[in-house]
Design a binder for this molecule. Structure first.
Ligand code: ADE
Length: 252
């Protein structure tokens, strides 16, 4: 497959079917560019109640996800012998960003490599899952979700849109926010005026050179104002630096 392949371990498979059944990702799956295989640890339990969690050793509130059903699910996924990176979604992981999305996308672009994402639930997951099954731990931000499912979808979504053919318009990936390392420029469509609010003249001028310059300038202006931290890491040209100097001196 020339796209990207994912295996998901979750006790809520429907969350994935719902999101992946719509829009761009659904089309990517239909086109064979994206493949997502979902496995439920509950299907790998051996007791009558199909138990996936239990009380914590040492006491305390909340339940802990048991290792055996997860271990069996992971082993079943891995039985095809394909090379995989196994990732646990947890607020304790390394914070996810566009750079990580690009790195994982590059990993997956090699023939026959997949990403195995383990979604935690309840208050925690038996530490031995980390110790024996996981290569990396990823967090999607400094806040706590009720489970790793949304985080796994964030990762799938951000990688899927980097696969050639998924968005249709390859240029749009390159041009927009974060691929430059700075924020996006403002966008407009018809009408040219709405309740007194006008589209900037330059965008109606048909002068592509001027349009490009305006967009770059507005993207830099916005980044300077909202996320000056991004400018330190961004790849900037001489011209960009001149714009920054000018915008900064106008402020004073
Ligand atoms: N599970 C719960 N919160 C999370 C987060 N912020 N990132 C990844 N997985 C999570």
């Amino acid at each position: 497959m020339m796209g990207a392949g994912f295996d998901i371990i979750t006790i809520f498979p429907e969350i994935f079917h719902a999101y992946l059944g719509e829009s761009i990702l659904n089309r990517a799956i239909q086109k064979g560019l994206l493949d997502v295989n979902v496995r439920n640890p509950r299907d790998f339990t051996t007791d009558k109640h199909r138990t996936v969690d239990d009380y914590p050793y040492g006491g305390g509130s909340g339940m802990v996800m048991k290792i055996e059903p997860i271990h069996r699910a992971v082993n079943t996924v891995k039985s095809d012998g394909i090379e995989r990176l196994t990732v646990l979604l947890t607020p304790q992981g390394v914070t996810y960003n566009q750079e990580k999305a690009e790195a994982l996308s590059a990993y997956l672009s090699a023939e026959k490599r997949r990403l195995l994402l383990i979604c935690g639930r309840y208050e925690g997951i038996d530490e031995r899952v980390r110790d024996s099954l996981v290569d990396e731990e990823i967090s999607i931000g400094d806040y706590v979700l009720t489970g790793g499912e949304l985080a796994a979808l964030v990762i799938i979504d951000s990688i899927a849109r980097l696969i050639p053919g998924v968005l249709g318009d390859e240029e749009s990936i390159k041009e927009e926010s974060f691929t430059w390392g700075i924020l996006d420029y403002p966008h407009y469509t018809r009408p040219p005026e709405f309740k007194g609010m006008k589209v900037p003249d330059v965008l109606l001028s048909g002068n592509h050179g001027e349009v490009s310059k305006w967009r770059r300038r507005e993207a830099i202006r916005r980044t300077l104002k909202r996320r000056p931290d991004l400018l330190k890491k961004a790849k900037l040209t001489e011209e960009d630096n001149a714009i920054i100097n000018e915008l900064c001196s106008n402020e004073k």
